[in-house]
Design a protein. Structure first.
Length: 234
């Protein structure tokens, strides 16, 4: 409610401040906004008011704003279960696959350069297999993004590197029973991925070692049953 206009003149804590005398309806300790600012910046009483009242209020506003932002983030797509899987966990799983395939060229024959984790079974068609390391191998950015995964050459690359039986195993992953990961489970999985990445011994692994690494880490992450997490190396 707007108050009746009165002359700007210091009162209470600002009683020693003269004020400009202009009529105003909005006053703090009798001062208009302009004089209030001058009082705060030029007097000991004003500086004390700044430290004890204005700054704490401003901090509270900032804290409330931060809480509101975090609340909105929690409700946004990145903090939905699938959003967290895609934006937080999936990049870590893909990084683990690239570490296993360290210093190797694109599985699809796309050369070197920037490599990403390419899914043989598309994430869009099958969310269940998205986090299985046997379904993720290094691909050039070009093959993965601009050639839609380059599936024919991906298939040929898997056969050349690991053999037909391994390709058949990967294709059998389409039969993996649906998994339901809660947000708590995904957050715990994210921590497990961090540990794997932190402790990973980076070196050039041969094909059998790369399969074994995928077996071991799949089991360590605990997402899938052994039937779909482990390929038996003969």
């Amino acid at each position: 409610m707007q108050t009746k206009p009165k002359k700007c003149k210091g009162q209470n804590k600002a009683k020693s401040f003269e004020g400009c005398g202009v009529l105003t309806s909005y006053r703090t300790y009798g001062l208009c906004n302009s004089c209030r600012a001058k009082w705060i910046s030029s007097t000991d009483e004003g500086k004390l008011y700044l430290q004890s009242v204005i700054i704490p209020k401003a901090r509270k506003v900032v804290q409330n704003d931060e809480k509101e932002i975090k609340k909105k983030e929690r409700n946004s797509v990145i903090y939905s279960v699938d959003g967290y899987r895609a934006k937080v966990v999936q990049p870590k799983i893909n990084k683990i696959a690239r570490l296993i395939d360290h210093n190797l060229f694109c599985i699809s024959g796309g050369g070197g350069g920037k490599l990403s984790g390419g899914h043989f079974i598309d994430v869009g068609s099958n969310r269940t297999t998205a986090l299985n390391l046997h379904n993720i191998h290094r691909q050039s950015f070009y093959s993965n993004h601009h050639k839609s995964g380059d599936k024919l050459n991906y298939r040929l690359g898997l056969i050349k590197e690991y053999g037909n039986d391994y390709l058949e195993f990967i294709e059998s992953l389409k039969g993996t029973p649906a998994i339901k990961l809660s947000m708590d489970m995904l957050e715990e999985l994210s921590k497990k991925c961090d540990k794997v990445i932190r402790d990973f011994e980076i070196r050039l692994y041969n094909p059998k070692e790369r399969i074994q690494k995928r077996n071991e880490i799949n089991l360590e992450l605990g997402i899938y049953s052994e039937q779909f997490a482990v390929y038996s190396i003969t």
